[in-house]
Write a new protein. Structure first.
Length: 141
């Protein structure tokens, strides 16, 4: 799903509605709150000249993990945690010290696109749902 957000909340609403449709129906109870928070965080980022170029939903089932990769063509990437449980797999940033980030519902993590990273094995009994995003920085005007 390709989308661009500038400071147009109408476009943002359409994008969030489109993403919502991809989340399994069993997540209905909490997703509206999560997307309201995401909408606010994206709006805050937009006012700082950062936009979302591309976004996708990531579902890591119990026993699965994410492979080591990076996003070298984007200056920044972000992960928004929609539904995570205890022990569902840390986000590991392959910086100097291999930083482990414990996922937390309704949190947004932003890091450099060139940085290699992966998701550890989901050892919980629930699917770990997050939204990945490629961010770009708008030129100063």
């Amino acid at each position: 799903m390709n989308f661009k957000i500038y400071n147009n909340i109408g476009v943002l609403t359409e994008v969030l509605a489109s993403i919502k449709a991809t989340i399994p129906s069993e997540l209905n109870a909490f997703r509206d709150e999560s997307f309201a928070a995401l909408k606010q965080k994206v709006k805050e980022l937009s006012s700082r000249a950062i936009t979302i170029d591309y976004g996708w939903v990531v579902n890591i089932k119990p026993g699965e993990q994410g492979q080591v990769h990076n996003h070298p063509t984007y200056p920044l990437v972000a992960v928004y945690y929609v539904n995570v449980a205890s022990n569902c797999g840390d986000l590991v940033l392959h910086d100097k010290d291999q930083t482990h980030i414990v996922p937390c519902n309704d949190s947004l993590i932003i890091f450099p696109g060139h940085l290699y990273h992966h998701i550890e094995t989901n050892n919980s009994s629930q699917t770990r749902t997050s939204i990945g995003m490629h961010l770009i920085v708008k030129p100063s005007t």
